[in-house]
Design a protein around this ligand. Structure first.
Ligand code: PMP
Length: 440
């Protein structure tokens, strides 16, 4: 019996993350293999991956070059510390990543996840101001409906009540901008909505309340993914940038979802032409193969630490920062992006994707459709008194029908591998249309 392909004897011991454990264990969904844009489940059914795993497999599953690179590295260097020593792949990757940003960033700090990248960026922001003699800058500003992972920093700046409420007082000194979701004004917009740029001015109000000299950083997702694909109104991010610059506040874009091609550009900051001072990334960085996150910093952020007296510049890091397997996976991922022209392919699919999304307009329960890059949000009317139940029903039906979708509340979020073909889009939306028609 192969433990990785056969049904487990018991499901009891694994406390599953972000899962309704009791419901799942009554009717489990078990994936045993993946290739290209498909998963296979334990019963041998093929499942079309409409979500690139958890937004993290841009180049498709079991990409041969990436698999080979990880295999080779595990036999060569299974682990190496990066405290006071290093290994060549970690440095080679850092250089490649800087080139991937067109050298708009000067340095990269490795983590093992998006959550760790967020907490790292927040710590860098605090230490940066302190290193420059502005230790009073300790406050952070996040946004309602923002998701920044599950570390204490991330849930503090994040704006999802369910992720915050069970955990007490969290980080002090955090304010939240209002979210920009507005169904009355912006429903069924293709791309960036027209209404809402003025909401960035709330930042001025918060700055006036506390004084700029107390604020370290603002963190936002350029497109909020986990709370249902909330696309920034036209001009909103530029306005945030202007206000941060004016007040010496660092701007952090959390690009864990939007980085590495999801927007059909390398990063969302390229798409929107707005440059933050730091970017947090993960997911597509290794094509999901090996856990890894990374914080990209502008040179001026890094250099502030190099002016400090001799010694360790930043007291921060993880045992697995720059793990050799993660570096090998990421180097191979970047090569695949280049050789397979993944971004060109994604750009070529864009129009077809948007039309497919909007083919759902008018179907039962659909109260909004949103899309940008190769992302889509399909908002359904909630069943009164049962928020989230309708979309969860759609998710279960879709899995049974052989397509993987993701739901958050009553919103279906789609983010296929960037190597999808038009026929996959047809299959995904064909099945979704049928499910929506049959849904309670
Ligand atoms: N930030 C954003 C914007 C995310 O979407 C996620 C994960 N969905 C995270 C942070 C956390 O990443 P991880 O789950 O790898 O910790």
């Amino acid at each position: 019996m192969n433990a990785s392909t056969s049904r487990p004897e018991s499901l009891a011991a694994f406390w599953m993350p972000f899962t309704n454990n009791r419901d799942f264990k009554a009717s489990p969904r078990l994936l045993v293999s993946a290739s290209g844009v498909h998963y296979r489940d334990v019963d041998g059914n093929q499942i079309l991956d409409g979500t690139a795993g958890l937004w993290c497999v841009p180049c498709g599953h079991a990409q041969p070059k990436i698999v080979a690179a990880v295999r080779e590295m595990v036999g060569q260097l299974d682990f190496a510390p990066t405290f006071q020593m290093g290994h060549p792949a970690a440095f080679a990757l850092a250089e490649k990543l800087m080139a991937y940003t067109n050298h708009r960033y000067g340095h990269v700090f490795y983590t093992n996840s998006g959550s760790e990248a967020v907490d790292t960026a927040l710590k860098i922001a605090l230490a940066y101001h302190k290193a420059r003699g502005e230790a009073s800058r300790t406050r952070f500003i996040g946004r309602e409906r923002g998701y920044h992972g599950v570390g204490f920093g991330g849930i503090s700046v994040g704006g999802i009540a369910a992720n915050r409420k069970p955990y007490g007082t969290l980080l002090p000194g955090v304010d939240h901008l209002p979210h920009t979701h507005n169904l009355e004004k912006n429903a069924f917009t293709r791309g960036e909505p027209e209404y809402g740029a003025h909401l960035a001015d709330e930042l001025e109000r918060i700055v006036a309340l506390h004084d700029a000299s107390t604020i370290a950083a603002v963190i936002v997702e350029p497109v909020a993914g986990s709370t249902g694909v909330l696309i920034p109104p036209k001009g909103y991010l530029k306005r945030l940038r202007e206000i941060c610059t004016k007040h010496g506040i660092l701007l952090i874009f959390d690009e864990v979802i939007t980085g590495f091609g999801r927007m059909t550009t390398p990063f969302a900051s390229d798409y929107f032409d707005v440059e933050p001072d730091m970017m947090t990334t993960a997911k597509g960085l290794t094509n999901g193969t090996v856990p890894m996150g990374a914080v990209f910093t502008k040179s001026f952020v890094h250099d502030a630490f190099m002016d400090a007296p001799a010694g360790i510049e930043l007291f921060h890091g993880y045992t697995y920062s720059g793990h050799p397997l993660a570096c090998a996976a990421s180097l191979a991922t970047l090569e695949v992006f280049e050789e397979e022209k993944i971004l060109d392919h994604a750009q070529g699919l864009q129009e077809y994707w948007v039309d497919a999304v909007f083919s759902l307009k008018g179907l039962p329960h659909v109260i909004d459709l949103r899309c940008i890059g190769l992302i889509a949000g399909i908002e359904l009317a909630s069943i009164p008194g049962k928020p989230g139940a309708r979309a969860y029903g759609a998710f279960k039906k879709a899995f049974a029908d052989g397509v993987l979708i993701r739901v958050t509340g009553d919103i279906i979020a789609l983010s296929p591998p960037l190597v999808f073909e038009k026929a996959h889009i047809d299959e995904l939306f064909g099945k979704l249309a049928k499910i929506l028609k049959e849904l309670d």
